[in-house]
Design a binder for this molecule. Structure first.
Ligand code: PLP
Length: 463
């Protein structure tokens, strides 16, 4: 029998380090005190008290030498900044949208777009809600309707495209309310709240055909479009040999406009934009942006920020970059699976989502199992994660709690920031907490903000 080749061929990051940021180590006793003072909400911790910060991948990216160099080129003119034109050109070239409005971050774009397109009483179907997206849709008078496929709500389903839209659910809404009541379908690529799960090109094409027939727009939350394109390249028949660049362009071509949080895919620390192909909508957006963000050639951003986004967009579309980016998430996920931890499968693009209902079956959802688990992981190792469950889901306009099927703790991986050794420490901490899971108790909420409560709510341990 031929001898098996036992040499492992590892992949590694397509970059090296030129500068490092020192971190502080804390003791368990200190962390127990810090999390109590933070009301058991990891958003209320001070970052100096955090060791490995996996709270979010938003704005936590490490910029490249090219991006820092571009910073110096920032044209800080109030009006007509060259940096704006460079950003516009990058968006047109790599995403293909015609008109763009820069905004301070994604929600600034969501605010403007929702105000323009949504009328009171409208229905906005989408592939799972996102916190700020849905809130702006509601503030504009619309009602969000989830039309993602059922598999997305099942943390055990290994379906490769859990971000897909169920066209039957969309058809039912069109039948019930009429296409005129649906200003657009809100589709996210690599659906954040489903665990970083992609939508397939096939599904997008079917959605495009259906919405064209009914005269309904498709608006693209393109915050993680490049990560979605990576999964299409890896999983969808016919796309294995296509570049991420070309797949991203094709995705965008199937939609009418977009909102973008550049703090994710685009490898910067702040920024976003709205993009649209319809000139009338663009005109209205240009009117609104001056109220909320700033002039239409800076939208709340410094010239240097727009430069860094323009460079970051191109870097994010590199096949090598995405292979390492998603590969690191995959590495952490596989390690957790090897310890028997219940995580959302398939492993997503921007983080690992631990199933808190399966982790802590003795805590019912109204006692915030994911919130309690995130606090416990911080106490164990100083690793900061966040809740994505009943707290994040918030309340319906009628005051009742949304009861999401998924009750998750998100371990989000910033881009180009941590090493494989950090991932080992994280997985080992989660496994150590799993061993003592029976001792973990639920929480009660003692302070609840009116909007986006997960950011600032406070809790106390039960019992
Ligand atoms: C982060 C995010 C947003 C909002 O963007 P901000 O830059 O945080 O305002 C919108 N949609 C998705 C899917 C996101 O992940």
């Amino acid at each position: 029998m031929a001898k098996k080749n036992l040499i492992r061929r590892s992949w590694a990051e397509p970059y090296k380090m030129k500068m490092v940021e020192l971190m502080k180590m804390t003791t368990r006793a200190e962390r127990t005190k810090f999390i109590r003072e933070a009301g058991y909400n990891t958003f209320l911790l001070r970052s100096r008290d955090v060791y490995i910060d996996l709270l979010t991948d938003s704005g936590t990216n490490a910029m490249s030498d090219q991006q820092w160099s571009a910073f110096m080129r920032g044209d800080e003119a109030y009006a007509g900044s060259e940096s704006y034109y460079r950003l516009e050109a990058a968006i047109q070239k790599f995403y293909g949208y015609k008109y763009i409005i820069p905004t301070h971050q994604g929600r600034g774009a969501e605010n403007i777009l929702s105000q323009i397109l949504i009328k009171k009483g409208d229905i906005v179907p989408g592939n799972m809600y996102f916190t700020t997206t849905r809130l702006h849709q509601e503030l504009a008078g619309g009602t969000f309707q989830d039309i993602i496929i059922d598999e997305a709500h099942d943390s055990n389903s290994e379906f490769p495209f859990k971000g897909n839209i169920d066209l039957n659910k969309l058809e039912a809404l069109v039948k019930k309310h009429g296409a005129a009541k649906i200003p657009y379908v809100s589709i996210a690529t690599n659906v954040n709240m489903a665990g970083g799960q992609p939508i397939s090109m096939k599904n997008l094409k079917e959605l495009r055909a259906y919405t064209r027939k009914h005269g309904i727009r498709v608006i693209h939350d393109m915050t993680r479009v490049a990560e979605n394109a990576y999964f299409i390249q890896q999983r969808e028949p016919g796309y294995g040999k296509k570049s991420i660049k070309s797949i991203v362009k094709e995705i965008c071509s199937l939609t009418d406009g977009a909102t973008m949080s550049a703090k994710k895919d685009a490898l910067v620390n702040i920024g976003g934009f709205m993009a649209i192909n319809d000139h009338d909508v663009f005109e209205e957006a240009r009117n609104l942006v001056v109220i909320y963000e700033g002039l239409h050639t800076y939208g709340g951003l410094a010239g240097r920020d727009m430069e860094a986004i323009a460079v970051g967009i191109e870097e994010s579309l590199s096949d090598d970059h995405q292979h390492a980016r998603v590969g690191q998430v995959e590495y952490l996920g596989q390690k957790m699976i090897s310890y028997g931890l219940p995580i959302v499968k398939p492993i997503g693009g921007h983080g690992i989502f631990v199933d808190a209902k399966a982790f802590l079956p003795h805590i019912n959802q109204e006692e915030f199992p994911a919130q309690a688990l995130a606090a416990e992981i911080y106490i164990d190792s100083g690793v900061r994660t966040m809740e994505r469950g009943i707290v994040s889901a918030g309340r319906k306009p009628n005051g009742q709690n949304y009861l999401p099927k998924l009750e998750l703790v998100r371990f989000t991986i910033p881009r180009r920031v941590f090493t494989q050794a950090h991932m080992d420490v994280v997985a080992e901490s989660a496994a150590a907490v799993y061993e003592k899971r029976k001792k973990i108790k639920g929480l009660k909420m003692v302070y609840e903000p009116k909007y986006l409560r997960f950011f600032q709510a406070k809790f106390k341990p039960l019992g």
